[in-house]
Design a protein around this ligand. Structure first.
Ligand code: HMG
Ligand code: MG
Length: 292
């Protein structure tokens, strides 16, 4: 039987958060609803973060309210603090499977730029969020950013990434997504980083999150596959970036990741034709936003 790889679609959040133009709630809802019918089980749909920091995600409550929520799909949102948790909790529909993602950085420079605090402070801030999610029965995922390079501090030591992972896992045994936030990772730096992280976190609890600045994202996924990683984040149409990581381009495209995985004989449960349709819609939304 073919081995399964899980795809986390992050385009509606990591992709659209970086678009300069205005994207309507209706367009976001249409894209997410189309993605939800493609066989994807995990879709990150927005963020309950400060609208002053990331204006594109300010409508996440309305996006969640507009979705046709399907059984079997996990709808994920980023939550940095209790204010974000309260925003999410206010619009949550009973019976729907949600996931929240908490996020920290392996480098102090990016932590300051993205969260306005140190790594240690960001972990302290997310503890009550994780406890609230646990009490409400909502799954939690953890992101560690800058796992090979930081736009402010330069190369990041594998041990620093392992320490950041440990800090999150000390809060709760959550699955972790390892973010090459600015896409400077190479197969070599990714392999060294994974050596350090898999020494302390079971590889089954890890996902790779590669941006494609250096055009190395697929090669980095291949290295991660060799090291046993079986979950990857990607963005339909290659949407993406991070507003607080200068030079961060799109996430690796979901359609490219699917092509690679299906070619290698992995099963994803995701229909490549449906994703191609969604990629066309994502491109049209982006063009409309740029034109507007
Ligand atoms: P701060 O300014 O230090 O916090 O921001 P604050 O508590 O002083 O709040 C400032 C203002 O924001 C206040 O409003 C708060 O009420 C409000 P004011 O009193 O000035 O009118 N506020 C909020 N509003 C709505 N929802 C909230 C919220 N919290 C505060 N949850 C804070 C700290 C964490 C809020 C801010 O730094 C922030 O929102 N950062 C998020 C940045 C972000 O979303 N970045 C992109 C996602 S991470 C990423 O892309 C990387 C990833 O893809 C992986 C990878 O690639 O590596 C995940
Ligand atoms: Mg990202």
């Amino acid at each position: 039987m073919a081995e399964v790889v899980r795809i986390y679609e992050v385009g509606p959040r990591d992709g659209l958060q970086n678009e300069p133009g205005v994207i309507s709630v209706a367009d976001k809802v249409a894209l997410i609803d189309l993605l939800a019918r493609s066989g994807l089980r995990d879709i990150e749909v927005g963020s309950f973060v400060s609208p002053k920091w990331v204006p594109q995600m300010a409508d996440t409550d309305r996006v969640l309210a507009g979705l046709t929520l399907l059984d079997g799909v996990h709808y994920a949102v980023l939550v940095p603090n209790m204010r974000g948790w309260d925003g999410f909790a206010a619009v949550r529909v009973p019976g729907v499977t949600y996931e929240i993602a908490v996020f920290i950085s392996a480098s102090e420079g990016f932590s300051r730029a993205n969260l306005n605090c140190s790594i240690a402070e960001s972990v302290a801030r997310l503890v009550p969020v994780v406890r609230a999610a646990e009490a409400a029965g909502v799954a939690v995922r953890g992101y560690v950013s800058c796992v090979t390079d930081c736009p402010f501090d330069g190369p990041v030591a594998p041990d620093a990434v392992a320490r950041a992972c440990e800090m999150l896992r000390d809060v709760a045994r959550m699955p972790l997504s390892l973010g090459d936030t600015i896409g400077h990772g190479t197969p070599e730096t990714v392999a060294h980083m994974l050596d350090a992280v898999t020494a302390i976190v079971p590889v089954t609890d890890l996902a790779g999150h590669f941006h494609d600045t250096g055009g190395q994202a697929l090669a980095n996924i291949e290295v991660a596959l060799e090291q046993g990683v079986r979950a990857f984040d990607s963005a339909v149409g290659g949407l993406g970036g991070c507003p607080y990581a200068p030079g961060a381009p799109g996430n690796v495209a979901t359609e490219a990741v699917l092509a690679l995985l299906h070619d290698r004989g992995f099963e994803t449960g995701v229909d490549a034709h449906a994703i191609a349709q969604a990629a066309a819609m994502a491109r049209a939304i982006r063009e409309k936003a740029h034109a507007g």
